[in-house]
Design a protein. Sequence first.
Length: 744
Amino acid sequence: MPSFVHPGLLWGLGLLAVPVIIHLINLFRHRRVEWAAMEFLLVSQKKSRRWIILKQLLLLLLRMLAVAAVVFIVAQPLLNNQWGALLGGSKTHHIVLWDDSFSMSDHWADTTAFAEAKKVIRRIGSQAAAQGQGRSFSLIRFSRAALPADSKPADLLAVPLDGEFANRLSGVLDNLSVSETAAGPLAAIEAVARLFGAPEGENRVIYLISDFRAAQWQEPAELERRLAEWKPWGAQLHFVDCVSAARDNLAITALRPQPGTLAAGVELFLEVSVKNFGTNLVRELPVRLRQDDSQLPSLVVDQIAPGATETRRFPVNFPTAGQHRVVADLESDPVAIDNFRYAVLDLPLSVPVLIVDGAPQATDARFLALAMAPGGTVRTGIDPVVETPSYLSSKPLDKFQAIYLANIENLDQPAIDALENFARAGGGVAFFLGELSSSRFFNESLYRNGAGVFPLPLGNPLDLLVDRLNKTPDLDVSDHPIFSVFAGERNSFLGTVTVERYFSAARGWKPEADSPARIIARLRNGAPLVVERKFGEGKVVAVLTTAAPVWNNWGPNPSFVITLLELQAYLASPPRTTGDVHMVGVPWKLEVEAAAYQPRVEFRLPAGGPVTTPGAALSGERVTVDGTVSGAVLSATLTDTDVSGIYEAELTGVGGEAESRRLAVNVAAEEGALATVDASQLAASMPDVNFEFHAADSFQWTSRDVAGFSLSSGLLYLLAALLIVEQLLAYSASYHPPAREAAR
């Protein structure tokens, strides 16, 4: 028996009575009139009455069949597989689009959203296979849908539903677990057209099995456009929801170093951020921390409001140079995968810093170098290198994190170009002015009306007059990161600093609101003393007095050492870390110098990572990839980065020495937002998409899901034929006088 896409429209069959009613009304409209001339006609009519009545009944039947055909076409009848096979059009393709993003690991009771999805897929496969021949089945996971065809984006691709299908499907499902990606439905929807094209003589039943998280489905404009493209196909679309409710969830969203000197043996602070994706306040949340193989004291976040993110700092200290691991994790909750965050810190033995002094005695440079590296038991991790101005144009600068210029009188153009290129590329630059400094040189060559590296135009050197009646400190600092360490100190050493001489800003200069320059410290007379600006990717800070205690007494003051170390931390390039940069699923392209390494690399995947499904732990599988030489660079790419954790690449130097490189790979934490949308919200946001919405635990098979042949096209042709025959029969059954008589 056939089934119907819109069975409710079959009530339209009641319209079959309309032609009968019209026929009866026409009969009642006749009046009996006695007319002698009709006697002859009545005798003739009796001879052909049966034939006339038969024509009228046939005409009435044709009209009723035409009405019925219109109703059936609108209701869209589907013939089951056995009858469809006789008609030669029973080909049905069941396509399952399966959400395997890590939010599907959402667990409750003794199940997960991913496990519920497996149950639904098994049910679809077994019942579809029971309908006979002429059917096929495809299974596409969200995480693989975007892969090219040669990388097998589908786990099952148009597989015939034969007697062995149930075992084959079971084998595939048993070996699959939820991914750690944040893959959405768009790539899977696009894959249907890319892999199968438009249906030709094929009826498609498409099942989109997901958890329908609000982050992806609340404003699905692009999804709606793609799904609406299936309308001409006549495809049946089912949305199957695998979660019973939205649960509260926490996720670590960031783990990154704070500005500071990143070197072996130097304490460094990291920040860890935790977001509450739920609707309830969370209190006293412990965050476990680990550096390399050592457990650190846990952080406790006192409370996190719904939808809020809380960030806390913690210190680490690695005594040796090299790449070190930092891991933060939370206690288990509905989604465990986003409870882990990884970072790799690449620590050099020390950070090289260039100090350029314009005076032959290099007095300012000595004070700067001593403050950065006092020696003895105090380790700052900074390695100051003192040079003359000619070094800027004669040597490469890219090995330095920051450059300090003190008491500069003049620089040639190649040196200026090298300095500005260094800053544009992200390097930090600091200026300390002095007796040799010239306003004219700085304004014409380094400031250049705001286009140069120096942050402000200079006036003349001025003395800061002593005011014995005013007890205001000479230095007035802002809350800038360089001076934030002094915030709230009542007896700050800054209060004992005296400034006797300084360079004034050019008359009338004041940074505009949109200017890259900003005054971060002033003298007690309101004149700028420390000014910063952004230049390209780098930062520039100008101190308008000397580094040595020539125009001030700052150099011997303890606050000078603290300020200089904070200045270095601020100017330094961003710490070398991959902790929050590399996401799951993004290939790792490793590049090394071809002259220093053998052309081979071994990648080691994370071992001991978080368990993605109960009883299944990730292993430390080894993958070998041959490198390819390109000029002076040797490169290799690892595409299998579908698991979060610390990856390792084991290299071999040309002398046979082993070396490891590490990469931290993290999940996209926003996938942990477990708010969902329901059927009414989807219908309102996608009005141009026809779909049926089901809960996974109550998903029921319907007869039209297994129908193999649509009768709509055949009925359309039948309707056309009925209308043609009806017109011919109506013409035959009516009276038409000869043309000559009609003309009279």
